[in-house]
Design a binder for this molecule. Sequence first.
Ligand code: PLP
Length: 438
Amino acid sequence: MKSSVWHPNTQMREWSSFDTITKGKGIWLIDEKGNKIIDAVGSMWCNVWGHSNPQLIKAITKQSKQIQHSSLFNLTNEPVEKLAKNLIKISPGMNKVFYSDNGSSAMEIAIKMALQYWKNIGETKKTQIATIENGYHGDTFGAMSVGYVPEFFGKFKKQLFSTIQFPVPNEYRLPKGFTLSDYQNHCLEKIEKRFSKNNDIAAFIMESGAQMAGGVIIYPKDFQKKISELCKKYNILFVLDEIATGFGRLGSMVQYQDQKSIPDIVAYGKMLTGGYLTMAATLANKKIYDSFSGDFNDWKHLFHGHTYTGNPIAAAVANENLQMYEKHNLIKKVQKTSKIFEKYYQEILDIDIVGDVRHKGMLMGIELVSNKNRKTPIRTKKSINKVFFEEGKKQGIYLRTLGNIVMLVPPLSIQENELELLLKKTIKTIQVAKSKTF
Ligand SMILES: Cc1ncc(COP(=O)(O)O)c(C=O)c1O
């Protein structure tokens, strides 16, 4: 239909109308005409149990009959208290939970906590933030500053605060003459050299386990761990963004445990409510939290709070979601089901416009190139996203690309046969879309 909505990233003329989704069932999205497409992007990477899950709906219904929203300013409510306990239990090292309603805000809060921590303890020189190139942490100004991707945010460059950026090892696009391990060491040396030069860095902020929007760049073993060790050595706060990569997406509940790198602050979002309601959380360790407590006139507290901070319905569905992770042993299931990706790996790589395939847990990135040897990113007559969306739809799959990467981020609980179907449809789509490239 012609839409009165200003859609994210799709205002170009090529998007003159939009299909209307009216229902969802499991991995399937169903439009007003009854057409079914597999949700290969898990509704922007947040869906856990598929659509219309009865237990999650029940949790929402039950809580909405009790209290629909009550502020966390001066008050608390049962679902958020229970959720905070649950989150602290699964997050080693963390002590308190600050709620917000989207991932970008959770990262703004993380940035504010990290910067103010040093002020609170009387350290005024630590004002810089270090990050890695190509990271993504959301679309608000602080999040854009720490996750600067030139193509996304170039138009606001002047308004963003500056950060210290370090390169990230991407095995597919290593600089000439480097092996992966050489380049990883080179990146870590650069970080250590800068850390040791000046005592001005407040925090190092990175996505945990992999960069998602930056192109599915899965960190080599020990990269994150070594950065966390450098942060400790040079007294720099280590802040992790697990909004897209935590909660099972990369095959572990808490990715930083897998990476052996305990942060001072961590942010969760997306899958926290199973993908049903909007909620995010920023967790901090005791050292951070304690620095914010004092007398009123000390002004050490954190000035931050959104209208819907700690919404009880969102918290109730998040609690149910977490309980279901345990009951159904979801992480083990993700680890097992995700092996299906490997079965199709070579077949995808053999397609002549596929340069690289990267996979971890319930995530796959397929990098499209026009020349395999030169690794030239592919170009299409329309946007790549539009081409893949249209061709995908014909195959019965909802696909969204980021740059020249086809992202597969299905609901975490997808069954093995469903994942096989999704991969077969993706392969077909790439083969057909090939003719639309130049
Ligand atoms: C790693 C990461 N951090 C933060 C965000 C921002 O989350 P939200 O879109 O909920 O604001 C995203 C969103 O894709 C993300 O992938």
